[in-house]
Write a protein that binds this ligand. Structure first.
Ligand SMILES: *Cc1c(COP(=O)(O)O)cnc(C)c1O
Length: 411
């Protein structure tokens, strides 16, 4: 049996333990929802204060030059690129994840004319499916939905497929799709591979170029801790920069935006993935937040993430036997992202009871209790305390109260 003392020892040996102090969390809170909204790096408010008082209030329009706002998307992109195995000229930070998906998917579809199918899995995140449906409607394409396994995706790839679009780490189960293998099969049948890194970037080792990925997108406010609604990123491999044409041909993607000419002419390279004026305050917050990754190796992050999720599963096996919990995430750590999902018929109320105790996870329909383990600020004793709390909530039937059973608007 794993004891709390064992977990405290693991915390003492943890090479990333000091990173916890870079974040501000409510006193006593165990935060296991960094996969929905990352915690706030403690230095960000002071930076934002400076941005608002100096760059906005005093610098005004001059800050585009004086504070280098004009280069901000590229600066932030360079930081993101390191975390996902991309060259810094292959990543742009702009817009939201959904909008970037739209731009990338249309660009990919246009690069593969004649192909009628967008391939994805039915368990993909809703916005990904909805955006694909919108693109399919405009271009008269068909979406092929396969079951949520790597085998089904590989089997679904044939020479009718123009683009395979997948979320690398499934948001519900935490299952990791084999990026290199699926991309290779896509290329073999003449398709492009587009990866959503929403649950990967900042948590799982990703090497887009080693996997020969064609395009990717990802989220700024989850494991990258960029703040609520932070801008997202988009990756397009160098080799496609000549041909790619994204549909939102706004002036920031123009080759010479400040010449104010009549006709659109796309900027060369990844610059053309921009559309309009970025949300500067949010992007400056994201830039500042990304400093917590300075000096952190993704391998060390992944190793701790695996150790945390392994410990959680072990403790669930040991302590929650008596109640009907199921494991909705892979047992094999090699194909599991930085989260563990459990199933239980009373999942919603159990999560609410946990939140009332200061332990925040989330609930996903129909019966998933989802726990995200952000290696930068979650420790091993936190994992112990979480499973212990679930055991107590079950033992005492604490979950079985009106206030926990009633669903809120955001779960
Ligand atoms: C969180 C998430 C998104 C978010 O998209 P927004 O445009 O930021 O709302 C998209 N895709 C996946 C897979 C996600 O997990």
């Amino acid at each position: 049996m794993v004891t709390r003392q064992d977990c405290i020892k693991l915390d003492e040996q943890d090479v990333l333990a000091a990173c916890r102090d870079k974040f501000t969390l409510p006193e006593g809170e165990i935060y296991l929802d960094g996969n929905s909204l990352g915690a706030m790096p403690s230095h960000v408010p002071a930076r934002m204060q400076e941005v608002i008082a100096k760059e906005w209030a005093q610098g005004l329009i001059r800050s585009w030059n004086d504070a280098n706002w004009i280069d901000l998307p590229q600066r932030v992109a360079a930081k993101v690129a390191r975390l996902v195995g991309a060259g810094k000229h292959e990543v742009m930070v702009a817009d939201s994840t959904s909008v970037n998906l739209y731009k990338a998917l249309v660009a990919a579809v246009r690069m593969n004319p004649g192909r009628k199918v967008i391939l994805t899995e039915r368990g993909n995140f809703p916005t990904d499916l909805y955006i694909a449906q919108g693109v399919a409607e405009i271009f008269g394409l068909e979406i092929r939905y396969v079951e949520s396994t790597a085998e089904a995706v590989l089997a679904g790839l044939d020479d009718s497929v123009g683009v395979v679009m997948l979320t690398h780490v499934n948001y519900r189960s935490g299952q990791i799709y084999p990026m290199a293998e699926i991309t290779a099969k896509a290329h073999a049948v003449g398709a492009l591979a587009l990866w959503d890194l929403a649950h990967s970037a900042g948590a799982v080792e990703v090497d887009l170029n080693a996997a020969k990925a064609d395009m990717a997108i990802g989220c700024g406010y989850k494991y990258l801790n960029g703040g609520p609604g932070a801008p997202a990123f988009v990756f397009v491999a160098d080799r496609h920069h000549q041909q790619m044409r994204q549909p939102l041909s706004g002036w920031h993607g123009h080759v010479r935006p400040f010449e104010f000419v009549l006709n659109y002419e796309a900027a060369p390279g990844i610059e053309s993935m921009q559309c309009g004026t970025p949300p500067l305050l949010s992007m400056l917050a994201l830039e500042s937040a990304l400093e917590v990754f300075d000096g952190v190796e993704m391998l060390a992050l992944r190793q701790k993430s695996v150790a945390l999720t392994e410990l959680f599963i072990k403790l669930v096996d040991e302590k929650l036997q008596a109640w009907d919990f199921g494991l909705a995430s892979p047992r094999d750590a090699a194909v599991r992202g930085s989260q563990v999902s459990l199933t239980h018929a009373q999942g919603y109320a159990i999560v609410q009871a946990l939140i009332a105790r200061g332990i925040t996870g989330d609930f996903r329909m129909p019966n998933i209790l989802r726990f995200g383990f952000t290696p930068l600020y979650v420790g091993f004793a936190d994992v112990y305390d979480t499973v212990q709390a679930i055991a107590e909530i079950m033992e005492s039937q604490e979950w079985n109260q009106e206030k926990f059973l009633t669903k809120k608007a955001v779960t």
